[in-house]
Write a protein that binds this ligand. Structure first.
Ligand code: GAP
Length: 457
């Protein structure tokens, strides 16, 4: 659906006022780029995570879930390359928000003729300006100053100030999947190809956070690593590209707001990489990534841990380190895309209604129970008690029925169940559909089944 005149401010205001998302530490004036999910938002995000888990774990017999620790042995981050990149001279493109090493850009531009390593930050900035070096990703020259950049949050382990060990908050969840590759393979008796998935928090010292939930310093990732033979890896990569797109379309993102962005420039170990981009109010931006990572990650962990990462094929006895196809999507970023897509300001005869057209499966509340008048609340509470055993339900008895419908439209509740005086006589209620605003009359006992059929994902 997605309103073409939609601005991020409208989404932020709706989120604050309707209980989706509040600024983090609000009473202290906020804490930049942190956000707290409210009663409505936490339901929405949990439903999105559940939908991802259902599609990629529950309905995928070759995929196993884990929930690994956020704090990992610091050697993990040496193996992953994150520690080595501490202090690299980096700059961000203000236009597309991609980050690059300034020295690498200069060396690539000069075809190796200039040794940027020996330059100061000021010299590199001057060189980049004089030679009009543009962002390799979007082609615009609009750089932040060069900064030595620490991508990971550092904390310490140990109760004493001195002598405590430096540990990191994980900047991605996938390392918990790599280090458990053989644990899962052995205990699940899994055969390659198989995948490990997890959903969890990641933390990054982003230089250019912003755009509400789009880029934050603390966020949730839904990541999956598929371990496979090299010979089948390209087919699996192509398959995940399709599955990743199908998933976001099934959740409600429309085709015209989605596109693939295949990467031309790849990391030295990568064999292919692609983002799915979504047309956010600020323009086309990455929603998720699908990466063919070759044997890089498992080989690095083999090298740094001294433990084998080889898989032994039970049929051929062949021993090898599998290739990895990674599919990674941010739960908060996807929540933002779905909020933008769902938003509509609909002109009615006498008013404009704001309605969030969420897929019923992810709608925060499936049903709102509304007594037509307060003196019907006893019966309405009975209906609420019955339905809330099955679904997240809201209950509202304040204000006119029209106002209550509008409040539910704004949080995307697909069905409003109204209890009136006929309910006391014949046990029937009115069920109003959020999108069409049509109303039908059904028996209380039939509501559960009616709603269940509509929220199937
Ligand atoms: N393990 C691979 C990895 O982490 P990434 O492209 O850096 O790859 C994957 O992140 C996804 O995580 C992104 O496509 C995006 O959806 C989400 N993501 C990354 N950084 C984020 C941030 N600072 N805030 C919100 N979401 C973020």
């Amino acid at each position: 659906m997605a309103d073409s005149k939609l601005t991020m401010d409208k989404i932020v205001n709706l989120c604050k006022n309707r209980g989706f998302v509040y600024p983090g530490s609000d009473i202290y004036g906020g804490f930049a780029n942190t956000w707290d999910f409210g009663p409505v938002g936490v339901e929405l995000k949990n439903n999105i995570k559940r939908a991802w888990w259902k599609k990629f774990v529950q309905e995928s017999p070759d995929t196993y879930g884990v929930d690994a620790a956020i704090l990992m042995n610091p050697r993990v981050w040496e193996a992953s390359g994150h520690v080595a990149s501490f202090g690299d001279p980096k700059m961000d493109c203000k236009n597309c928000k991609q980050r690059f090493r300034a020295d690498t850009l200069i060396e690539a531009h000069s075809k190796g003729a200039v040794a940027a390593e020996a330059m100061t930050n000021e010299e590199m900035e001057k060189y980049i300006e004089e030679h009009d070096i543009k962002c390799p990703h979007c082609g615009v020259r609009n750089w932040t100053p060069i900064r030595k950049f620490n991508p990971m949050f550092v904390t310490s382990r140990g109760t004493l100030e001195e002598g405590s060990d430096k540990v990191y908050l994980r900047p991605e969840t996938c390392q918990g999947e790599y280090v458990n590759f053989l644990n899962v393979q052995r205990t699940a008796r899994a055969k390659v190809p198989f995948a490990i998935a997890q959903i969890g928090k990641s933390f990054r010292n982003e230089i250019t956070p912003g755009n509400f939930l789009f880029r934050t310093v603390e966020f949730e990732q839904m990541e999956l690593q598929k371990f496979c033979k090299e010979s089948e890896s390209m087919d699996i990569y192509v398959d995940y590209k399709a599955r990743a797109l199908d998933f976001v379309k099934a959740l409600g993102l429309s085709e015209e707001n989605l596109r693939y962005h295949d990467h031309d420039k790849l990391a030295h170990y990568a064999k292919a990489a692609c983002d799915i981009q979504y047309k956010f109010p600020m323009g086309w931006q990455e929603l998720n990534g699908i990466h063919h990572r070759g044997v890089w990650d498992l080989s690095r962990h083999q090298e740094y841990s001294g433990k084998t990462m080889q898989y032994i094929d039970p049929f051929t006895n062949e021993k090898y380190v599998p290739n990895v196809i990674e599919y990674s999507i941010g739960a908060d970023r996807l929540t933002l895309a779905l909020l933008c897509e769902a938003y509509e300001e609909q002109a009615l005869e006498k008013e404009t209604r704001v309605v969030m057209h969420f897929h019923p499966a992810i709608a925060p509340y499936k049903v709102a129970v509304l007594p037509l008048q307060k003196n019907l609340s006893e019966k309405a509470k009975e209906v609420y008690a019955l339905l809330s055993k099955k679904f997240m339900c809201d209950y509202d008895e304040t204000g006119s029925i029209g106002k209550r419908y509008r409040r539910q439209d704004e949080i995307g509740t697909p069905f409003c169940v109204t209890v009136d005086f006929d309910t006391l006589e014949d046990g029937s209620v009115t069920v109003r559909d959020r999108d069409s605003m049509e109303q039908i009359r059904i028996k209380i006992d039939e509501v559960k089944k009616y709603v269940e059929e509509k929220i199937e994902f």
